[in-house]
Design a protein around this ligand. Structure first.
Ligand SMILES: [Zn+2]
Ligand SMILES: [Zn+2]
Length: 237
C-alpha cells in the first residue's frame, strides 16, 4: 500500500536531479555525471576566503590581499559555475526548498572534515531582509544551516543577526559606498553571546562584503572567532 502511495506521489512530485532536472531513480540525489561536472574547491585556495587561486605561491586572493577581512577563514564548497548557478537560482527564487539537503551534502563532501575540526559553538545563517523573507517565504541560508547542523552536530542560531536594510548590489558601488552600505546592512538582536567560535552560512560568497558585515556585528557582541561556509564562491584572481 505504502509503495503504491509513494508511486502515486512520485507521479505528482517526481524526484528530479537538482542540477539537470532529469527524473531520478533515487530520490534526493543528483546524477553522478552532474556531480562530476562541479568544480569543488581544492587545496590551492586563498588562505582567507577559500577561493581557488592559480598561483600556488600566492597566500591570498587579490581581494583578500587588499580589503579588510575580519573573519578568520572561509570554507566554500565549490566554484560558481553554470551547473550550480541555475540550481542555486531555483533554490533561491524558484521555491525549490528541497534542494537544501543536496546542497548541504555538497558542502559536507567538500569541506565537512575541516568544518567539523573547527569545533564551532554555532552555525549562524546570513539573514535576509524581512520584506524579502515575506516574498520568498524562506531564508535559503537558514535551510542550509539546518541541514548542516544535522551533519556537524552544531546548533543553528538564526536569532542573533538581523538584516535591517535592503542593501544595494555591492558591484554597483565604489569602495567607500560599499563600506557605508555594509555598515548599515546588519545589526545584532542580542547584546552578548558567550560563544568563542561560530560559522556563518550563506549560499554564495561574491565580494565578501556580506560575510565581512556579519563578522563585524558578531565581534561587537563578543564572539571572537568567525568562520564561514557557503555552497559557492565566485572565481577571481
Ligand atoms: Zn543531473
Ligand atoms: Zn580570498
Amino acid at each position: 500500500m505504502r509503495n503504491r502511495v509513494n508511486q502515486a506521489l512520485k507521479l505528482i512530485y517526481p524526484d528530479a536531479c537538482p542540477l539537470c532536472e532529469e527524473l531520478m531513480a533515487e530520490p534526493g540525489r543528483a546524477c553522478k555525471e552532474c556531480i562530476a561536472k562541479l568544480c569543488f574547491v581544492g587545496e590551492v585556495s586563498c588562505a582567507r576566503c577559500g577561493k581557488p587561486i592559480e598561483d600556488e605561491e600566492q597566500e591570498y586572493c587579490n581581494d583578500c590581499g587588499s580589503l579588510t577581512r575580519s573573519f578568520i577563514r572561509g570554507y566554500p564548497a565549490m566554484e560558481y559555475t553554470d551547473e550550480i548557478r541555475s540550481c542555486l537560482m531555483r533554490f533561491k527564487y524558484g521555491s525549490k526548498k528541497g534542494y537544501a539537503g543536496f546542497l548541504a551534502s555538497m558542502i559536507i563532501k567538500s569541506q565537512g572534515t575541516k568544518l567539523l575540526a573547527l569545533g564551532a559553538d554555532a552555525l549562524v545563517p546570513v539573514p535576509v531582509h524581512r520584506t524579502r523573507l515575506k516574498e520568498r517565504g524562506y531564508n535559503q541560508a537558514k535551510l542550509l544551516a539546518d541541514e548542516l547542523s544535522g551533519y556537524l552536530g552544531i546548533p543553528v542560531r538564526d536569532d542573533i543577526l538581523l538584516r535591517q536594510h535592503k542593501t544595494l548590489p555591492q558591484k554597483e558601488l565604489n569602495n567607500i559606498e560599499r563600506e557605508k552600505n555594509l555598515k548599515k546592512a546588519f545589526i545584532s538582536r542580542v547584546n552578548k553571546v558567550e560563544y568563542k567560535r561560530v560559522i556563518l552560512v550563506d549560499d554564495i560568497y561574491t565580494t565578501g562584503a556580506t560575510i565581512e558585515g556579519c563578522t563585524r556585528v558578531l565581534h561587537s557582541i563578543g564572539i571572537p572567532e568567525v568562520f564561514y561556509t557557503s555552497v559557492c564562491i565566485g572565481k577571481g584572481y
